[in-house]
Write a protein that binds this ligand. Sequence first.
Ligand SMILES: Cc1cc2nc3c(=O)[nH]c(=O)nc-3n(C[C@H](O)[C@H](O)[C@H](O)COP(=O)(O)OP(=O)(O)OC[C@H]3O[C@@H](n4cnc5c(N)ncnc54)[C@H](O)[C@@H]3O)c2cc1C
Length: 401
Amino acid sequence: MSSAPQFDVAIAGGGIVGAACALACARRGLRAALVERDALGSGATAAGMGHIVVMDDSEAQFALTRYSQNLWRELAATLPPSAEYEQRGTLWIAADREEMEAAEKKQKWYSERSVHSEILTAAQLATAEPNLAGGLAGALLISQDAVVYPPVVALELARRAQHLGAQIVLGRSIRRLGNGVIELDDGAEVAAARIVLALGAESAQLAPHLPVRKRKGHLVITDRYPGYVRHQLVELGYLKSAHSENGDSVAFNVQPRATGQILIGSSRQFGAEYPATDQHILAAMLARAAVYMPRIRELSAIRVWTGFRAATPDKLPLIGPDLNDPSLFLATGHEGLGITTSLATAELVADHLTGRTLAIDAAPYLPARYAQHPTPGEPRRQEDNHAMDWSHAGAHHGIQQ
Ligand SMILES: Cc1cc2nc3c(=O)[nH]c(=O)nc-3n(C[C@H](O)[C@H](O)[C@H](O)COP(=O)(O)OP(=O)(O)OC[C@H]3O[C@@H](n4cnc5c(N)ncnc54)[C@H](O)[C@@H]3O)c2cc1C
């Protein structure tokens, strides 16, 4: 006869998503364990930009990013200075009249959803960011967007979870997971009523049925130039490149750090699953940055790195019960928004596991959208997702308080 599991929930992966899940579960009184093979926050969480951004790609993406941004604002008040949380605002830059029209449409969309935004004329943009190129058409300012240093936050969330009794297992690689067990590389087992899979871009290594692909990104960080960039600056064309299905893409996306350094991004690639820098991508990314900020070439870059986003076919994360294994709960597939959406993901996971009412409609993120579709990896239509009732999906496995 098998003995009762040691834990109510065991979380696989100690990135920002896993760490946030550990804390949210521990706060609800669950006996939680968090397993990470390396250092906490050392995966995509350390490689990401830390832009906390409300997005308008779809209502589902908006709901999750908006919910999470509010949670970030609450958390920020309690974070140590080393987390470098700063409400810098995002400037979505319009290069020409056509992009300015897109900015105006975006502004209307945001204001209909009570997100404060402002159109900046060309002259206002030049005053706000004097190092931008001349001749740009203007910008849309979303002032509530913020930036943060993600690995410090991951560590902080895990420490808080530990303080509430969660067990943190570090330096142990997970060999297998499922059926209520995480098997470690030394053969030891962590048994739990529910396993939360938060393995980011490595998710499909341990759960090959998941439609999660690695999407590589490059970032460059400069020496210290305080005040050189004041907001997170993103070209409006970024959205086109982020959505391009297969081709490699680069876009102007720069971020001021609290240290005075500047993060320069960004790139997206499928099929490049090695960590080495791709010189042609790096060159294209820096050339794109110089189009928008010509004198950026004069700054000293001190480090370049790559990281892997966990991409799903419909660009929404997988949050909810796995289709095959009732003990497994997914918290993965956050692509380029996992820092932003980590906190909301964790609340949804913990509320679901404790049978509480969810703060937003979580149906669009359910893994069930990939069930019984003729083409593997293609989601069912969004309308079908909305018809699903989250509260029943796997509810009999929920841990009631
Ligand atoms: C270049 C770049 C820029 C980005 N910019 C932003 C941004 O500005 N804003 C934003 O919101 N998001 C951004 N992202 C996305 C964001 O970084 C990720 O979505 C987020 O970090 C995902 O967190 P995670 O915890 O799911 O994954 P990870 O941080 O990758 O955590 C997964 C963890 O699982 C561990 N693991 C894997 N396999 C095993 C195993 N077998 N055993 C034990 N442990 C294992 C890994 O070591 C890792 O620590 C960016 C990503 C990249 C690459």
